[in-house]
Write a protein that binds this ligand. Structure first.
Ligand code: V47
Length: 368
C-alpha cells in the first residue's frame, strides 16, 4: 500500500498520521484533490480500525418531526413550510406526538430523535410538555431533541438566553442535542443557502454551552451543493477545535445533499465516490471526535455499507418515520430493522453492535 499512497501524493500525510501529527487545512484539501479514492479510504480505515477495530454501531431509534412550519428559508430544504395554511404544513398536537411513541410500545426503542421547523406560533411550553410527556410514556427513553438552530430560535422568540432555554429543556427531560443545522460553517455559503437562521458561531456556542451543562451532542455537515473543498475542511476544523475545548461531540455526521423539491433542485446529488471520500476525510480531520456516522437515509443503504471501509463506524439506527430526506427525494426505506442493519454490517465483514445514545452496548446481535 505504501507505494500506492506515495503514487497518490499522500506520503507526507501518511507520515503525519503515523507520527500522530494533526492534519492541516492544506492536508484536508489535498485528500479531497487526490483521485485515488482507495488510497484515501485506506488511510481513513486504518484510523477507524485503530480506534474501533471492526466494531460498527447502530441504535434502535425513532425519528419524529412534530411540526414543519418554519420561518427560515433554507434553499436546500424540502421539508419546511413557511405558512401554516400551506397544504403540506402540519403541526401535531401534543397528544398526536405522544401517540407516535405510544404506538411503538412493542419496540425496544432506546432513543427518540426530535427535530422541528422554526414554528413562530407555538408557546415554549409546547416543547417542555412534549418532552415531559415522552418521559411519562417511556421514562427510560433517551431524548435527543432540537438542533442548536432551534435552541437559538427559542431563545430569540421567547426572550430567553440560550442557557435558560437549555436549562428548562434539560429540566423537562432533554438528554442530548442532535447535530442538525450546521450545514457549512463558512459565511460565504451560509449567506447563500441559509441566511436567515442562526450563524456558525452561535451554533458552536450553543454546543459549547450544552457540553458545559453536561450534554453530549453531534455535529453534522451538509455537503454536495455549492461548498468548496476548503470550506468542507474548514468546517471539519471548526468542529475539531470545539472538540479540543469540550470533548462533548460524540459523532461527526456528513449529510449528502438531496436535490428534490427544493430551491437547489438544479444541482446534482453528490456521487457515491464523493460520499465515500467525505466520510474518509472526516475521519482523518476530526481525529478527536470518536464516531463518524454514515446516516444511511442520506447516503443510501449500499453506500453506507461500503463506507464501513472508508472511516465510518456508526450507521445511526433504525430511524423510522424520517421526513426531511424523504421529502427531498431519498429513495431509502422509511426504516431498517435491527436484523437488517445487522445483516448489512456482517455482509460488509464488520462486527455489528447495537448501542445506546452514549455508545454503551445494548445487544450483541446473534447471527441472522
Ligand atoms: O440540518 C435538510 C439536512 C439536517 C436537506 O445528530 C438536508 O444524530 C440533504 O441533522 N438534503 C437534519 N440534507 C438531519 C440531521 C441529522 C441526521 C442524522 C443524524 C443526526 C444526529 C442528525 O438535514 C439539516 C440539514 O442539514 N437537510 N434538507 C436536503 N434536501
Amino acid at each position: 500500500m505504501k507505494s500506492r499512497i506515495t503514487a497518490a501524493g499522500l506520503a507526507e500525510i501518511d507520515d503525519k498520521l503515523q507520527a500522530r501529527e494533526r492534519l492541516s487545512l492544506e492536508d484536508g484539501v489535498r485528500l479531497f484533490a487526490s483521485p485515488d479514492l482507495l488510497a484515501v479510504g485506506w488511510l481513513a480505515n486504518r484510523s477507524r480500525e485503530e480506534r474501533h477495530g471492526a466494531r460498527t454501531y447502530f441504535n434502535y431509534n425513532l425519528r419524529l418531526e412534530p411540526t414543519n412550519v418554519c420561518t427560515a428559508s433554507c434553499l436546500f430544504c424540502s421539508f419546511a413550510r413557511l405558512k401554516p395554511t400551506d397544504a403540506a404544513a402540519y403541526t401535531m398536537s401534543l397528544e398526536q406526538a405522544w401517540d407516535k411513541l405510544r404506538q411503538r410500545a412493542h419496540q425496544p426503542l432506546t432513543e427518540l430523535h426530535v427535530v422541528n421547523g422554526l414554528n413562530p406560533d407555538l408557546p415554549f411550553s409546547y416543547y417542555t410538555e412534549l418532552l415531559r410527556g415522552f418521559k411519562r410514556i417511556r421514562p427510560d427513553i433517551h431524548l435527543k431533541c432540537f438542533t442548536a438552530v432551534e435552541i437559538a430560535f427559542f431563545a430569540d422568540l421567547y426572550g430567553m438566553s440560550d442557557e435558560q432555554v437549555l436549562r428548562e429543556l434539560i429540566d423537562a427531560g432533554l438528554d442530548s442535542l442532535p447535530g442538525g443545522g450546521a450545514e457549512i460553517f463558512a459565511e460565504r455559503v451560509r449567506r447563500k443557502i441559509c441566511h436567515d437562521k442562526c450563524g456558525a458561531d452561535r451554533y458552536l456556542d450553543i454546543h459549547r454551552l450544552a457540553h458545559r451543562l453536561g450534554l453530549k451532542t453531534n455535529v453534522t455537515m451538509l455537503y454536495g451543493h455549492i461548498e468548496t473543498m476548503e470550506e468542507r475542511v474548514d468546517h471539519m476544523l471548526r468542529a475539531r477545535a470545539l472538540q479540543d475545548e469540550t470533548g462533548g461531540f460524540q459523532a461527526f455526521i456528513p449529510l449528502a445533499f438531496h436535490p428534490d423539491n427544493n430551491q437547489m433542485r438544479k444541482l446534482p446529488a453528490p456521487s457515491a465516490s464523493d460520499t465515500l471520500k467525505v466520510h474518509a476525510v472526516s475521519r482523518l480531520m476530526c481525529d478527536n471526535i470518536p464516531h463518524i456516522k454514515a446516516f444511511w437515509i442520506a447516503t443510501g443503504v449500499d453506500v453506507a455499507q461500503a463506507s464501513l471501509w472508508f472511516g465510518v463506524d456508526d450507521l445511526d439506527g433504525t430511524v423510522q418515520e424520517e421526513k426531511i430526506y424523504h421529502m427531498a427525494g431519498s429513495p431509502t426505506p422509511e426504516g431498517l430493522t435491527t436484523a437488517q442493519l445487522t445483516r448489512l454490517v456482517r455482509a460488509a465483514g464488520r462486527e455489528p453492535l447495537e448501542r445506546d445514545t452514549f455508545y454503551n452496548i445494548v445487544a450483541i446481535p446473534q447471527a441472522v
